[in-house]
Every structure is written in structure tokens, then in C-alpha cells.
Design a protein around this ligand. Structure first.
Ligand code: BT5
Length: 259
């Protein structure tokens, strides 16, 4: 990605400081270290390549050079935001989905942390926290978006199929503009984080709503049910065959449409 184009695209946003890397291990690691040493609110780490990009539970996230967006935004939550931090992954997912919808694409959120195009993963989100005692001091919102076809790993490496923006938009896709729109979207949505309308918008963007899904938790248990929507904290609401409501909390969960 061209650094000058990038600077131009980001110039009008009210960001903190910006660190740009041609290549880095993980933008989230850099942002976590920076947050610990006093980064300003809305500071941004962005890289053209990640050599140790991470998903949840240290799964690998692939970011080959020149093919993808990989960035981490540092948030210093206000006292009003602190009771609602479990919604942050929704803030990011909604901003990504909105940026794609603005380009005429049908983007959906696969709860909790993926954005899908045509049923395939185009973006992943990893939110991590820096604690000060028992309070969250900072959040790091890491987002990876597959821009070029080469960003999407081959099927054998994946549990869920991947796609890229190029596959839907053609080669003229402009990553700097998309980055701008995602960041602008998060900044615009942030004041609504505590509101019911935020949850309603997040719910509306969910993939598989009203459909039968399977959720695997990190302990090898599988929960099956109809996807109803979200709890106020952003947990997932399903109903089982008897109509009993089930809440799936955040964690190492994997959601799939039922086979
Ligand atoms: C995620 O985890 O989807 C979170 C990904 C967050 C990546 C960003 S990039 C900027 C920042 N810096 C970082 O180091 N990370 C963040 P999870 O739901 O656990 O999914 C991980 C799984 O996605 C892997 O096990 C692969 O199967 C698959 N995967 C890896 N790379 C992919 C890609 N480029 N596109 C689609 N799927 C991918």
C-alpha cells in the first residue's frame, strides 16, 4: 500500500498518532505495547504485511504483503463506555460491514468477529484489552480485511471459506478509501455504543438470523438452535427445539449454519 495515499486518506480523521510498518509481526502486539506505554486515544498501527498475524487463541491470521488491510486501533474508553466494552467487537464489525455495503456489497456479520461476503470470510476482528488493576485501560481493535485475491488463504488451511474484496469488486478496489471508511464508521458509531439502536443495528447485520446454526464452544461442546439475535451485552441468543432460549457468551466459539 502506498504510504502517501494512506496519509492523504487518513488526514481528515480525528486520529491520535499513526505508526505505519511495511512489515511487522502483528499490529495488535505493537498496539498493545504502545497502549501500555501511553498511546493517545484513537492511535493507529497499520502494516502492509504481517509475519505473525493473530486470530483468537493465537490462531494464525494471514496478511501477505500488498494484499490486505491489517490495522489496530487503540481506544481509551470513557467512563460512559466502560460498562459496554463487550460491544466493541460489534462496533468494529458494523463499521466494516457498512463500508462494504456502501460499495454495493451484501456484507453480513458472522457473530462474533467475522465479516462475510457471499457466505465467505472477508474480514476478521480481534479485540484485546490492556488492564490497569481490575479496570480496562485500553482496548486494541485489530482488523484484517482481504483486499486482493492472494490474501485469502487456500481452502486446506481454513475451517471456514475465505474471500476478498477483489473477488466482488474487481481489481479497481481502493484499500486506502476502505480503511478510511472503516475508521470513520467506528468513530461515528462510538457515541452510540451504549444505545439500544446500536444493538438493533448490529442484530440486523447478523448472518443466519432466523436460521438453524451450530455453535462450538472452546471445550468441544456443540450447541444447536435457531439464531434469534443479541443480548444487551452482545452475547448471542439462540432458541432450541423446545423454544427455550439459550445464551452463547463471547469466547472461543465458532458459528456455522447447520449442515
Ligand atoms: C479472527 O480470528 O478472525 C481475527 C483476525 C484478526 C486479524 C487482525 S489483522 C490486524 C490485527 N493484528 C493481528 O495480529 N490480528 C488482527 P479467528 O476467528 O480466530 O479466525 C482465525 C482463523 O481464520 C484461522 O484459524 C484461519 O482458519 C482463518 N484465516 C486466517 N487468515 C485468514 C484470512 N486472511 N482470511 C480469511 N480467513 C483467515
Amino acid at each position: 500500500m502506498n504510504q502517501n495515499e494512506l496519509k492523504k486518506a487518513l488526514a481528515k480523521l480525528p486520529l491520535g498518532d499513526v505508526r505505519y510498518f511495511d512489515s511487522i509481526g502483528s499490529t495488535n502486539n505493537e498496539a498493545l505495547a504502545w497502549a501500555t506505554s501511553g498511546a493517545k486515544d484513537l492511535s493507529l498501527v497499520i502494516a502492509d504485511e504481517q509475519t505473525a498475524g493473530r486470530g483468537r487463541l493465537d490462531r494464525k491470521w494471514f496478511t501477505p504483503r500488498g494484499t490486505a488491510l491489517a490495522f489496530s486501533l487503540i481506544l481509551r474508553p470513557t467512563a460512559e463506555e466502560k460498562p459496554h466494552l463487550t460491544r466493541t467487537v460489534g462496533l468494529a464489525a458494523l463499521a466494516v460491514a457498512e463500508s462494504l455495503r456502501r460499495r454495493g456489497l451484501v456484507a453480513q456479520i458472522k457473530w462474533p468477529n467475522d465479516v462475510l461476503l457471499n457466505g465467505c470470510k472477508v474480514a476478521g476482528i480481534l479485540v484485546e484489552s490492556v488492564w490497569s488493576g481490575d479496570e480496562v485501560d485500553c482496548l486494541v481493535i485489530g482488523i484484517g480485511v482481504n483486499v486482493r485475491k492472494e490474501a485469502a488463504p487456500s481452502v486446506e488451511l481454513l475451517q471456514f471459506p475465505a474471500t476478498s474484496l477483489e473477488a466482488s469488486l474487481g481489481p479497481a478496489v481502493e484499500p486506502e478509501e476502505i480503511l478510511h471508511d472503516i475508521l470513520a464508521g467506528m468513530i461515528a458509531l462510538r457515541p452510540q455504543l451504549a444505545s439500544d439502536t446500536f444493538i438493533a443495528a448490529w442484530e440486523k447485520a447478523l448472518a443466519f438470523r432466523g436460521e438453524q446454526v451450530q455453535v462450538e464452544d472452546g471445550n468441544g461442546n456443540t450447541i444447536t438452535g435457531k439464531l434469534l439475535g443479541l443480548e444487551p451485552d452482545g452475547s448471542l441468543q439462540l432458541s432450541n427445539e423446545g423454544g427455550k432460549s439459550i445464551t452463547v457468551r463471547f469466547g472461543d466459539v465458532r458459528l456455522r449454519p447447520q449442515a
